[in-house]
Design a protein around this ligand. Structure first.
Ligand code: DAH
Length: 341
């Protein structure tokens, strides 16, 4: 029996030399030390031994068990160490490997400029109004003092929704003026940014879809002085306090008097260069005192109230602001262009 125990021990220790996983180690534990294991099987036969032999064999059995357990403990530590080593290897962090670039989005140059203009006007007490892009010709033309047959309708030819040309994509943001005046009583101070559409061919300075910001102020005693002060403040904020403006007489059917506002060329300071095409000035926006007919048509008494209005092309502001020379870049979504902002 003693010999058998020694043999079991030798076998177990040999088996332990080759274990490499915890599962294998567990298998050995069950096989040799378990309730149905080989040592237990021997101990069950102890009854057959003489009383003198029993303690001796018992002692040997305990020693064998202790030796196997000790060996298993060592094997277990070795396996754990190996597993840890493997884990450390797998989870190794190589700080010299180039990182994965996280591409964060950012504002489009048009949005940057739009937000700036909005901030400037909100700071002056204006609120933001919205109007539909699919507009009735009554709002886009008739109520703006552009009756049927007026030549302006041809210049501003747009995309028609109905055959009778009474519903179309708006060609300007000016109809929002009418919608606001019909819906609210003065005092009115709004700007209205949005898309507008014209039958223009795409080139470096034209697009069939572009953006305008409409502005409207109506109150008692509003004069051309308010118009000039407001637009000068806008230019100063956009282009710096030294920026010079020029107000030129012009004609718009819905304002009287009307003007165009130029800003002195930022590139040459008024000398004349390629950017301003030798003019020294760059056209920025159209404006004027709201025509009495337009006020009256919206139910506002022109004898009691007066107002001024203006319309800014947002692409132009962005192009000047960022020295963009081709309008198509604004719409093409080329990241080589957009990533510069
Ligand atoms: N709607 C005009 C255009 O598209 C711009 C404009 C001029 C708007 C004068 C105005 C204004 O409100 O008063 O060319």
């Amino acid at each position: 029996m003693k010999a058998k125990l020694e043999q079991i021990k030798a076998e177990a220790l040999e088996a332990l030399k080759n274990v490499s996983t915890m599962e294998e180690l567990d298998g050995i534990r069950v096989k040799y030390l378990g309730k149905k294991g080989e040592i237990t099987a021997i101990l069950k036969q102890m009854g057959k031994l003489s009383p003198e032999e029993r303690p001796i064999v018992g002692q040997v059995a305990n020693q064998v068990r202790a030796d196997i357990e000790a060996s298993m403990g060592e094997a277990s530590s070795a396996i754990k160490e190996k597993l840890l080593e493997q884990r450390l290897k797998n989870e190794k962090l190589d700080v010299t490997i180039p990182g994965t670039e996280v591409l964060a989005g950012h504002k489009h140059p048009m949005t940057i400029v739009l937000d700036e203009v909005k901030d400037i006007f909100v700071g002056m007490g204006f609120s933001i109004a919205e109007g539909p892009e699919v507009e009735l010709s009554v709002y886009d033309f008739d109520k703006l003092n552009i009756p049927e047959g007026h030549t302006v309708r041809e210049w501003q030819d747009t995309f028609y929704i109905t055959e009778d040309e009474k519903v179309h994509l708006r060609c300007q943001t000016s109809p929002v003026q009418v919608r606001v005046m019909e819906a609210t009583k003065p005092p009115i101070r709004i700007i209205s940014p949005g898309r507008v559409y014209r039958k223009d061919e795409v080139d470096a300075t034209h697009s069939p879809m572009f953006h305008q910001i409409e502005g409207l102020v109506v109150d008692k005693g509003i004069t051309m002085g308010d118009l000039k002060g407001t637009l000068n403040a806008l230019v100063a904020k956009l282009y710096g306090p030294e920026a010079k403006t020029r107000f030129r007489p012009h004609h718009f059917p819905f304002t009287e008097p009307s003007c165009e506002v130029d800003v002195q060329c930022f590139a040459c300071g008024g000398e004349g260069c390629r950017v301003c095409k030798g003019e020294g000035w760059i056209e920025l926006l159209g404006a004027g005192m709201v025509h009495p007919k337009v006020l009256a048509g919206c139910g506002i008494d022109p004898d009691e109230y007066s107002g001024f209005a203006f319309g800014i092309g947002l692409e132009r502001v962005a192009m000047r602001r960022f020295a963009i020379t081709d309008m198509r870049l604004i719409y093409e979504n080329d990241t080589r262009f957009l990533s510069q902002f």
